[in-house]
Design a binder for this molecule. Structure first.
Ligand code: ADP
Ligand code: F6P
Length: 460
């Protein structure tokens, strides 16, 4: 039977206790748990001299093998911190001003793609299906094709695909898009990401986009599709029910002494809109003083990509903002903001979500945002919390009818939405929850996985 090879930069390593703070690793791990396969990626280690052979190990679950490569320090700087996270990441999140381009980043990025391609080519069998993930590996299929691989190769982009005006800012963007056309299937999170890609194909590449979603450009033919990533809805709900009785949730409840809780859970990333979110909370406390000493905001934000300057600057900014909010509003027996730079197990997070009255998900731009979905799945159907959701998260396409939508740039507007969420009557909360949970039950992580792979198998 054909094997499935999954390639992504970040992988969940065997035995890892804490959940990786990142949607990609969570999504793939959940899917592989059911279906099995070989998961290839970066070990997370940087070494003086990297081996070219993949290090293969079982995951412990029996169904998943994990195969890793180390990166050299230079590769990590050029490919990961450089082109992937200082060029593509800000661009795809519409933060042109944060882009820091250097030619060596691009060269390093292409070289690491080539090294991964060589490693994958060494283990791939002719009927293996290869599924590549995210912006770290846009040119991987092209590098595999150069090595003669004729396998089905699919690609899924977990982050937004930018409009052509923004994409054009990246030097070598045309070559990157041309290389993307070497995949047999290109999957996007939302219709607007797919549209942005097709716009570029039509107008910049002078290619043809067919009604059947075939794309002919750069002398190649590929296909596109929209596959919004979901979660294990039922399983997460059960986790939350169990976690409610667990020691962490109990300690949390005790510490709140009857106050309502607003929760935010995000990697510490400038795409997540955290400084504006803190300002919005300040606005709530300033404009609706009745919530003072009655509400606590808990923001969980594990550090991420510390090797990139902009991330370190964001951390400093948030430390200051958090300090200022507490200094301004705290009482001797109430700290308005709890700000934690650390990860938690999924169980613990599920319990925290369930106990929260408001889930704040206010990215300035996000491919999907699984936290929004996890928050909804964790709620008690008889007394659900309210999701306050940014219009610029991919999840809005599915959750727009039940969430309270906000523009994260409108600080007072988000403060107002928090106020309305905190005082929302039970009937409305239930209605909103029911609308959203139905959507999440209809598109789980298994649906994402099966729909993508069925399309890839059928692509020609
Ligand atoms: P991104 O992929 O940009 O980080 P998502 O919201 O799509 O954003 O995915 C984040 C994933 O990481 C979610 O599954 C979430 O539960 C998990 N996560 C986020 N923060 C933490 C944390 N502090 N501890 C453990 N898991 C976390
Ligand atoms: O889905 C977005 C994403 O960038 C993933 O590709 C990545 O694994 C995750 O966020 C966390 O980032 P990193 O792998 O850089 O720690």
């Amino acid at each position: 039977m054909a094997r499935l090879l999954i390639v992504s930069n970040r992988i969940a390593l065997p035995g890892e206790q804490a959940a990786r703070a990142g949607g990609l690793a969570v999504a793939i791990r959940e899917a592989l748990r059911k279906y099995g396969g070989i998961w290839i990626g970066w070990s997370g280690e940087t070494v003086e001299e990297a081996e070219d052979e993949l290090r293969i190990q079982g995951s412990g679950s029996g169904r998943i093998s994990v195969a890793t490569l180390d990166l050299t320090k230079e590769e990590q700087e050029l490919y990961y911190a450089g082109f992937a996270n200082s060029v593509l990441w800000p661009l795809c999140h519409y933060r042109v001003g944060l882009m820091d381009f250097q030619r060596s980043y691009y060269t390093g990025y292409m070289a690491v793609n080539d090294r991964f391609a060589a490693a994958v080519a060494r283990i791939a069998q002719p009927d293996d299906i290869i599924w590549v993930h995210d912006y770290h590996f846009l040119p991987l299929a092209a590098a595999l094709r150069r090595r003669g691989l004729k396998n089905r190769i699919g690609f899924f982009l977990h982050i937004p695909f930018p409009a052509p005006e923004v994409l054009r800012v990246v030097p070598f963007h045309e070559k990157l898009v041309a290389d993307m056309c070497d995949y047999d299937l290109l999957g996007f999170q939302t219709a607007s990401d797919e549209r942005a890609f097709c716009d570029f194909i039509r107008h910049d590449a002078r290619g043809v986009v067919g009604e059947d979603r075939s794309v002919t450009a750069f002398g190649r033919v590929t296909r596109t599709g929209v596959y919004p990533v979901g979660i294990e809805t039922e399983r997460f709900a059960l986790l939350a029910i169990a976690a409610e009785l667990g020691p962490e949730t109990k300690r949390l409840v005790q510490s709140l002494t009857g106050r309502k809780m607003v929760i935010g859970v995000d990697r510490l990333d400038y795409s997540k809109g955290l400084p504006l979110r803190f300002d919005a909370y300040s606005s709530l406390l300033a404009n609706h003083p009745q919530h003072r000493a009655k509400v606590v905001m808990m923001q969980i934000a594990p550090t991420s990509r510390n090797e990139v300057r902009q991330y370190r600057a964001l951390r400093r900014e948030l430390d200051q903002l958090a300090g200022r909010i507490n200094a301004r509003y705290a009482e001797f027996d109430w700290a308005p903001l709890r700000y934690l730079n650390r990860g938690f197990s999924r169980n613990t997070l599920a319990g925290f979500y369930r106990h929260a009255h408001v889930g704040l998900v206010t990215p300035l731009r996000d491919g999907m945002n699984l936290v929004a979905k996890e928050f909804v799945a964790a709620q008690d159907p008889d007394n659900p919390g309210v999701l306050v959701l940014s219009r610029f998260a991919g999840a809005v396409d599915e959750l727009c009818d039940g969430a309270k939508l906000v523009n994260p740039f409108d600080v007072d507007g988000v403060g107002e939405a928090m106020h309305e969420a905190l005082i929302m009557p039970l009937e409305e909360r239930k209605e909103r929850y029911e609308t959203m949970i139905k959507v999440l039950q209809a598109n789980t992580i298994n649906d994402w996985y099966e729909r993508f792979l069925a399309a890839l198998r059928g692509a020609n």
